[in-house]
Design a protein around this ligand. Structure first.
Ligand code: SF4
Ligand code: SF4
Length: 222
């Protein structure tokens, strides 16, 4: 979110901030999730160690804590609830707290509350939920920081790191294939349950995954 230097200190509802990305969700937004205004299929979990755009800092930083965020659309971060045609928000009257607080001419109110009262997956999945154990195992085996280290080493030709990265990516892909298949859950739930696929995180490091039967290979771009 850029601080826009137009002299008029009121929101013109231009939608630029919605195109920059949807909001992270906070405890104040819980009723919107509970009443289905924001379905879990519209949420993506960003896990600690992932690099993500920090609105107040206006740069990409590794996350220190988990964030739940409204998904993007059309392969971009443009908020899934934003209609580019009508330049409107699909839930403007009930929009999440960050959207209410955000004002591009004065980002201090957003900065003040940005890291406070953030929702996490644990807030939305009840204790004893059958997938909690698998989510914890996935977080441990597919840790974004570890993935990044392995990817950097693999790029330099470290075969052991390449093998470990391959095992990590295959586990991530298998979890995302099997959970919807066995549970009947919508595949769109995967981004909430397990965060962004590792293949997406690797793409941002200019590494492409090619599937070859039961295995994969990496393509390292400059
Ligand atoms: S707050 Fe968002 S919608 Fe309002 S003027 Fe700024 S960029 Fe546009
Ligand atoms: S929820 Fe509405 S106001 Fe908030 S970013 Fe999305 S489209 Fe914009």
């Amino acid at each position: 979110m850029q601080k826009r230097d137009d002299n008029k200190a009121r929101c013109r509802r231009c939608g630029d901030c919605c195109r920059d990305g949807g909001p992270a969700l906070h405890h104040e937004d819980l009723p919107l999730i509970q009443d289905g205004t924001i379905p879990l299929t519209s949420i993506v979990s960003l896990r600690p160690g992932e690099r993500a755009y920090d609105q107040p800092a206006q740069t990409i930083l590794p996350l220190e804590a988990e964030i739940l965020k409204i998904k993007g659309r059309d392969g971009k971060w443009t908020c899934a609830f934003y209609s580019p045609e009508g330049r409107t928000c699909g839930m403007y009257d009930n929009r999440p707290i960050e959207c209410k607080v955000l004002f591009c001419h004065d980002i201090d109110p957003l900065a003040q509350m940005y890291t406070k009262t953030r929702l996490t997956r644990a807030d939305l999945l009840p204790e004893g939920h059958p997938l909690l154990e698998l989510i914890a195992e996935h977080d441990e085996k597919c840790d974004p920081k570890h993935m990044e280290k392995l990817a950097m080493a693999a790029r330099k030709g470290d075969a052991e790191a390449g093998t470990a990265l391959k095992e990590m990516v295959i586990f991530d892909m298998e979890v995302r294939r099997l959970v919807p298949e066995k549970s009947g859950m919508a595949p769109e739930m995967n981004d909430f349950l397990f965060g962004r696929p590792l293949r997406v995180l690797l793409r941002s490091m200019h590494i492409t995954i090619y599937e070859m039967g039961d295995s994969i290979r990496f393509g390292f771009q400059a």
